[in-house]
Design a binder for this molecule. Structure first.
Ligand SMILES: Nc1ncnc2c1ncn2[C@@H]1O[C@H](COP(=O)(O)OP(=O)(O)OP(=O)(O)O)[C@@H](O)[C@H]1O
Ligand SMILES: [Mg+2]
Ligand SMILES: [Zn+2]
Length: 455
C-alpha cells in the first residue's frame, strides 16, 4: 500500500498537499495538520457509503408512516427538559464539554436511569473498567443492565454492539476511537468523521439511542470537524467554568426539540443534581435588606425566567485609565451602557473604576439585564440603595431609551412568586396590563426616568 502525506484542516476537513497557516477553505488559522493517507483504491471505506443503510424507496409523504415519536424519559428532569421531553428512538446525541466538567458523570447517571428497563452498553476509550465502576460506586449506581467495554477500535466496538445488542449505546469519547483502515491518529478529522458515520450506520436502523461524548478546544469549540455537528441529531454543550459547582447544559442543535432550553445542574459528590428552583440559587445576597449597588432582574434562559442579581461597584480610580470589569455579562454591552449613563443623565464615571458582576457564576446575554446594570451602577455611584422588593427588566439603547423585552408576563409571574412587588419596565400596552396583577409597575421611557425614580 502506498501512503501519501496530506494536510487536513481540523475544522472543515479541507485537504491540501502543502501546509499553510490559514485554511483556504474556511479561513481558520493553524488548523492544518499533517495526516498520512492510503493512496490508492484500497478497501478503505468510501465516504459515499455513509448513510445508505436507512435509505428507502420513494414514497408519498402522505402515505408514509411517521416513526413513532414516543419520548423516552431519562427521569432526570433537567435533562429531559432540554431534550424536549425525552429521547427519541435512534437519536444520536453529542455531548461536549471541557475536561473534567462532568460528561462521563452525567452519562453514567443517564445510563443508570435508562438501564431500569433497557440494556445499556457503555464504551470507554478514556477510563478503565475499574475507574468507571469506582465512579458508579460513588454515584450509588448498581448497574444491573449496564455493560462496560473499554475499547478504542471502532470495528471492535461495532462487533461488541452486534454481540450485546443494546438499546442504548454510550461512547466516551469520539476523539479516542479510531478506524484501523485509516492511518491518521485518533481525534483527527478523518477519524472522527469515519467513526461517527460508522455510528450513524449502526444506530439509525436499529433505533438504538446513542450518546457520543466529545472534547472541546480551549476556545470552547468542539474539537474536530464541524461536520460532526451535522451528522448527529442533537448537540449538547456543557457551559460554565469547571471550578464552579454550577453546570449549565445547553443544546446547540436539536432535531427533535427547541434549542432555547437549558439544563441546570449542581456538581456534588453523588453526581449531578438538577436545580429545579434555580432562582433561589442565583440570587446570593440576603433579600431582607436594601443594598447599594445591587439590582435584581428576571433574565430568561430559554423559556425559563431566572432571578439574577447584578452587583455593581463604582469607586474612584487610582490608575491613569479607569478600570472596567464585567463578570457574567458582556463587557462591551456594559461599556455602551456606561457611556449612555454618562451622556444622558450626566453620571460622572470618567474617573471611576466600575466592576459589574452577575452573581451565581453563569454568563447570560439577555438584553433585559441592561436596565438592572444601569440601576446597579447608578445605585453604587450615587450611594442610593435600591429597595429589595424591586426588579428591573428592560433593554437600554444607545440613545438612552428603554425598550420592551419578550415574555414580560412570564417574568413578572415569577417575580411575583418570589415576593417582588415593584417592577421597573418599559411602557406596557393595555392588553398586557390586564395579565399583570398585584405588581406595581414603574414604566420608564428612558434613563432619565430611571434616575428620577431611584432617589
Ligand atoms: N468526590 C467528588 N465529589 C465531588 N465532585 C467530584 C468528586 N469526584 C469527582 N467530582 C467532580 O467530577 C468531575 C469529573 O467528572 P467527569 O469525569 O464526569 O468529567 P468528564 O467531563 O468526563 O472529564 P473528562 O473530559 O476528563 O473525561 C470533577 O471535575 C469534579 O468536579
Ligand atoms: Mg470523562
Ligand atoms: Zn478549514
Amino acid at each position: 500500500m502506498k501512503f501519501k502525506t496530506v494536510f487536513v484542516c481540523q475544522q472543515c476537513g479541507f485537504e491540501s498537499l502543502k501546509w499553510a497557516g490559514k485554511c483556504p477553505d474556511c479561513g481558520a488559522w493553524n488548523t492544518l495538520q499533517e495526516e498520512v493517507k492510503a493512496q490508492e483504491n484500497k478497501k478503505a471505506p468510501s465516504r459515499t457509503r455513509s448513510f445508505t443503510d436507512f435509505s428507502s424507496e420513494v414514497v408519498k409523504l402522505s402515505e408514509s408512516k411517521a416513526s413513532k415519536e414516543d419520548r423516552i424519559p431519562t427521569h432526570l428532569a433537567e435533562f429531559d427538559r432540554l431534550l424536549g421531553g425525552g429521547l427519541v428512538k435512534g437519536q444520536l446525541t453529542l455531548l461536549a464539554g471541557a475536561p473534567g466538567i462532568g460528561k462521563s458523570t452525567l452519562m453514567l447517571q443517564v445510563a443508570a436511569e435508562l438501564a431500569k428497563d433497557k440494556k445499556v452498553l457503555y464504551i470507554s476509550g478514556e477510563e478503565s473498567v475499574g475507574q468507571i465502576s469506582g465512579r458508579a460506586q460513588r454515584l450509588g449506581i448498581k448497574g444491573e443492565n449496564i455493560f462496560l467495554h473499554c475499547e478504542t477500535d471502532i470495528q471492535k466496538i461495532v462487533e461488541s454492539v452486534e454481540n450485546v445488542n443494546p438499546d442504548v449505546l454510550i461512547l466516551d469519547s469520539i476523539q479516542t476511537v479510531y478506524h484501523p483502515e485509516f492511518n491518521s491518529s485518533a481525534g483527527t478529522v478523518a477519524q472522527v468523521r469515519e467513526c461517527t458515520s460508522e455510528l450513524v450506520r449502526l444506530c439509525k436502523p436499529k433505533g438504538m439511542i446513542t450518546f457520543v461524548l466529545g472534547h472541546v478546544t480551549k476556545d470552547g469549540e468542539l474539537a474536530g470537524p464541524k461536520i460532526l455537528e451535522h451528522m448527529v441529531d442533537c448537540v449538547l454543550y456543557f457551559d460554565t467554568e469547571k471550578d464552579n459547582v454550577l453546570r449549565l447544559l445547553r443544546p446547540h442543535k436539536n432535531r427533535f426539540g427547541s434549542t432555547g432550553e437549558i439544563g441546570l445542574f449542581k456538581m456534588t459528590s453523588h453526581g449531578l443534581v438538577g436545580l429545579e428552583n434555580a432562582s433561589e440559587y442565583f440570587a446570593q445576597t440576603s433579600r431582607e435588606r436594601a443594598i447599594k449597588g445591587r439590582a435584581y432582574c428576571l433574565a430568561l434562559e430559554g423559556s425559563r425566567p431566572l432571578l439574577t442579581e447584578i452587583q455593581a461597584l463604582v469607586s474612584p480610580t487610582r490608575y491613569p485609565f479607569p478600570r472596567r470589569v464585567a463578570t457574567g455579562v458582556d463587557l462591551n454591552r456594559c461599556l455602551m451602557l456606561f457611556a449612555a449613563l454618562e451622556k444622558h443623565i450626566g453620571l460622572a464615571l470618567d474617573n471611576k473604576d466600575i466592576f459589574v458582576s452577575l452573581a451565581g457564576g453563569v454568563k447570560l446575554k439577555d438584553p433585559a439585564l441592561d436596565l438592572a446594570v444601569c440601576a446597579a451602577v447608578i445605585s453604587s455611584c450615587k450611594d442610593i440603595a435600591i429597595p429589595h422588593d424591586s426588579v428591573f427588566m428592560a433593554e437600554v439603547g444607545i440613545l438612552g431609551q428603554v425598550a420592551k423585552v419578550p415574555l414580560l408576563d412570564r417574568r413578572l409571574d415569577e417575580a411575583q412568586r418570589l415576593g417582588f412587588t415593584r417592577a421597573f419596565t418599559a411602557p406596557v400596552s393595555k392588553e398586557e396590563k390586564t395579565k399583570i396583577k398585584q405588581m406595581n409597575l414603574a414604566e420608564l421611557l428612558d434613563l432619565n426616568d430611571l434616575s428620577l425614580r431611584l432617589k
